[in-house]
Structure formats: structure tokens, C-alpha cells
Design a protein around this ligand. Sequence first.
Ligand code: GLN
Length: 305
Amino acid sequence: MTNDQFPKSFMFVSGLELWRWVNQAKIDAIASEIPQVELDWLLQELAGLDKLALRLESFKDLPKIQLKLSVSELDRLWQRRLQERVPVQYLTGVAHWRDFSLKVTPAVLIPRPETELLIDLAVDALKSHSVNPTSDWVDLGTGSGAIAIGLACALKNTTIHAVDCSSEALAVARLNAENLGFGSRINFYQGLWWEPLEFLKGKVSGMVSNPPYIPSSTVLTLQPEVLKHEPHLALDGGFDGLDCIRHLVETAPDYLESGGVWLVEMMAGQETAVADMLQSHGSYCDVQIFADLAGIDRFALAYRL
Ligand code: GLN
């Protein structure tokens, strides 16, 4: 994938010089209580070193190492991680999610590992419920495009429609789709939730979304990496965190075909409220809650009656 964040010219340093910098950077990380593994992530992206070379420090013996920036610029980035609490993914401009290397900027939420499971749940739902396999799926609030790309990759005969209200986020999502070879499978739209998708009323086989779901008051208590640097638009779900999920429960029945999948990510503790909403709406059946790998009830799934 191309990364336009850094100039095309490359710098060279000796392994020893980089090793000296890494040792100081580790000491700084400990003092700032930042996990050392994040230093490895930075160096994997910017110095092209692999995990083993970093762990064994074998890079120390290399006569020269190609960097995407100078050691002093590398140090400036690391200091931004430690002092300003900028997430490493925004510093490198890259996040790894499922098999994909995605471009990320502060206009998009950094895709989380737990969200990877949404794609497997969509695939399983399609298999177990004989949902129309050649069809239209939607990713509402696509952000970096991660879910749309995951769906396009896993659901071979589908067209994906990805919506976001932020034009900056859509630019990132489009670039990711093109870089990863899914440009022709995913259509992008700017707008609020279903608004740009009127033409798909009654025809959608699956809706997948990781909407903002954190209660407004809780957003203010999040770690500085999230609070200061990630887009609140992608996090803040209103007073009880459920504004967007409630909206998706209300609006999706007009768009989903019979048997169509409704699948969202939510926060720990929201599962009963979301299951109740789906059950009492009257348009859904087979409401199910799934846990993430940490055992937290994280996903709600239902089918359009
Ligand atoms: N999982 C994200 C976090 O913990 C929140 C994502 C969202 O609100 N959809 O910060």
C-alpha cells in the first residue's frame, strides 16, 4: 500500500545508531507508561524491521537500515506518542485490521481488533440463514472503510454500499478500498445512515455497523489517546450511548429484504437494551447477542421478518 504521509526519499542509518535510539526510546516509554510493543509497531512501519529482529535486537549488527524519515524525525514522532498521547496508528498513518493494512488519519476511528469479528458473524449469518448471497450489503458509518472492505473480501458476490457523514472519512475509506483492490465492489456515499440509500429500500440483504455507542458523559473519561485524538463523531452515542443504535433499529426495516441481516457492534452493558429494542419492534426475529474474544457481549444480530 502506498503511504503518502512520508516523503519518497529514504534515509539510511547504521543498525548501531538505530539501536542506541531504540534503547533511549524504551526508557522514555517506561517513564511515560506506554507499552514497548508500540515502539516495535513504529519501527515495523518506518524502518521495515520485523518483530523478531526487534525482539532479538539483531538489527544492531546491520551496516545500514533504510528509514522513511531521519532519526531525529523518528524521535519527534515518538515524543508525540509519549507526550501528546497520539496513537501510533495516527503517527504512522497505518492500522492493521484482519488481513488488511489500512490508511488511517485522525478523521477516522482506528479500527479495533474486536470489530474484526463482525465480518465472521456476517459470514455465519449468511450461511445459516440462506440470506441472498448475490446481493447488496451496507456498512453504515464506514469510517476508514474497514468493515466495508472486510465484507467485500468475505462475501464474494455482493455489492457493498458504504455510508459516512464525514467527507474526510470517506476520502480515507475510498483510498483504502482502491489500494486493496475493492474499489469496484464498494460504492461510497456521503450522508446520514440510510439517507443516501433510498433506491435500496426493501432490497438490502445485510446491514452492518459499528456506530458511535459511548454515552456522552463516558466519552469525557476515555483515555487521552481516544479522547484527545480520535473523532468524537465516531464515538459519542448521545446520553445513553444508544441514539444511533436506536435509529438503526427504527429505520432498517424499510431497507432490509425479508430475511435480511441486522448486525451492529455495541458497548459492554448495552446488550439487554439492544435485544429488547429489536424484540419489541415487531419487524425482527431470531435476535442474538454475541461476545467478543474477551467475553464481553459486543454484537447484536437479528433478521428482518
Ligand atoms: N470501540 C471503540 C472504543 O472503545 C468505540 C467505537 C464506537 O463507539 N463505535 O473506543
